[in-house]
Design a protein around this ligand. Structure first.
Ligand SMILES: Nc1nc2c(ncn2[C@@H]2O[C@H](COP(=O)(O)OP(=O)(O)OP(=O)(O)O)[C@@H](O)[C@H]2O)c(=O)[nH]1
Ligand SMILES: [Mg+2]
Length: 391
């Protein structure tokens, strides 16, 4: 599957940049010599953040600074209403820029990425998706990053309100929305920028085998059950989460393939990788709440046997008997068995529902707090009512 990626705001641009980086690797001699990304764009109101992106080309078509007259290139300071206003004016030009990209026709879909908690990305992403859907038939998938728990504290948490309003908007327009919960990957004792970078690498890596599998052109790497762009498109819808797990082959790969114990080890390794994939889902979700599931097993050809495929398939179907399951193999990896999983069309998402409820409460409180503050400021100024100002 070949995608075009657009990042909005700092978080969105960083993740779009990571997609660009992994595609450079995929194209390289040491990678898989194939392309999974046809173009990537970074959109921001913050000049410095736009400059700090590493891989996306530096020209003005790829790095797009918006709202300069309003923000002077300094961002919108988490005011996503402001981000939305800026984007409502800027989006037609950006959409035109994307769909006139020279290889646009080659893309199977557009991935648009932003944080929910910020201002620029959170406010602007809805307009961008709406604008894209008005101009083209291709699917548009959103990746929305949910805040860390510490950002959600306080009577006035912009992170909660912004994310809730962003999600409400994006859910209306996008063909599918992947949620990435930063809090699930928070690491104590690691610098915040390292932590964010690792999260970004992880989310992008989750898609790597899935996007590569359908683009493979060398017969030795083509699976017996190929997962291609069609399977991914048919799977994606509503709220989605993605995860990936891997188990090194050295821990179970036996030389004596005929030995019954060695054969069983491959299934154990695959089930272990599936367990890891479920544990590392970008959003905590119950597998039984997914209406559609996609699973890809990547391992050397002789490891992905029929019994491995059926063990994985049975294990997923036992947990979620009503889900439509698509499962495939990709004989690529040499040193590990890896399982990628997408849970799609989730019917219950506790994290999102909790956030909506919290946002509703905060919005109610917000009016009260604003009234109280205005009252206090008035009283404070009254204490100077007898002092004459300078002429
Ligand atoms: N995973 C991840 N989260 C990030 C990254 N950068 C920021 N965040 C999260 O994104 C939220 C802040 O949003 P930003 O993307 O910085 O905001 P913005 O869209 O640039 O908007 P303004 O700066 O307000 O104009 C917080 O919840 C951060 O924890 C990143 O590179 N990766
Ligand atoms: Mg910013």
């Amino acid at each position: 599957m070949k995608i075009m990626v657009v990042g909005m705001g700092q978080c969105g641009c960083n993740i779009a940049d990571e997609f660009y980086g992994i595609n450079n690797y995929a194209k390289s001699f040491f990678g898989r010599r194939m392309e999974i990304l046809i173009d990537a764009f970074a959109v921001n109101t913050d000049d410095a953040d736009l400059a700090s992106v590493r891989h996306i080309p530096r020209d003005k078509r790829h790095r797009i600074l918006i709202g300069l007259a309003k923000t002077f290139g300094h961002g919108v300071g988490k005011m996503n209403v402001e981000g939305a206003t800026i984007m409502s004016e800027a989006y037609p030009v950006i959409v035109e820029n994307l769909i006139t990209s020279s290889k646009f026709h080659e893309s199977d879909g557009i991935v648009v990425v932003a944080s929910g908690a910020g201002g620029t990305g959170s406010g602007g992403i809805g307009w961008l998706i709406k604008g894209l859907k008005e101009r083209m038939e291709k699917p548009v998938y959103a990746i929305i990053v949910m805040p860390f728990a510490y950002e959600e504290k306080g009577e006035h948490s912009y992170a909660v309100i912004n994310t809730a309003r962003c999600l409400k908007t994006v859910n209306q327009y996008a063909d599918a929305v992947f949620l990435l919960d930063n809090e699930r990957f928070a690491k104590a004792g690691v610098g915040i920028s390292t932590n964010l970078h690792e999260i970004n690498q992880q989310i992008v890596k989750n898609f790597y085998d899935l996007f590569c599998a359908g683009e493979e052109y060398r017969h030795q790497y083509i699976g017996s059950k190929v997962i291609d762009a069609g399977d991914i498109k048919q799977t994606l819808g509503g709220i989605c989460t993605i995860g990936r797990g891997e188990v090194p082959l050295s821990t179970f790969y036996g030389r004596n393939k005929t030995d019954y114990r060695e054969a069983a080890k491959e299934s154990v390794g695959a089930i272990g990788a599936l367990g890891q994939a479920i544990n590392s889902l970008t959003l905590k979700a119950n597998i039984e709440d997914a209406a559609r599931i996609l699973v890809l097993i990547s391992a050397p050809k002789d490891v992905t046997t029929l019994s491995v495929l059926s063990e994985i398939s049975n294990s997923v179907q036992e947990k979620s008997p009503k889900a439509v399951l698509r499962i495939g193999d990709y004989p690529r990896r040499g040193k590990e068995i890896s399982v990628s999983i997408i849970l799609s069309q989730l019917t219950a998402v506790a994290r999102m529902e909790g956030l909506f409820l919290q946002a509703e409460l905060l919005l109610k409180n917000q009016e009260k707090i604003e009234e109280e503050t205005a009252q206090k400021v008035k009283l404070m100024h009254q204490t100077s009512s007898n002092i004459p100002p300078l002429a």
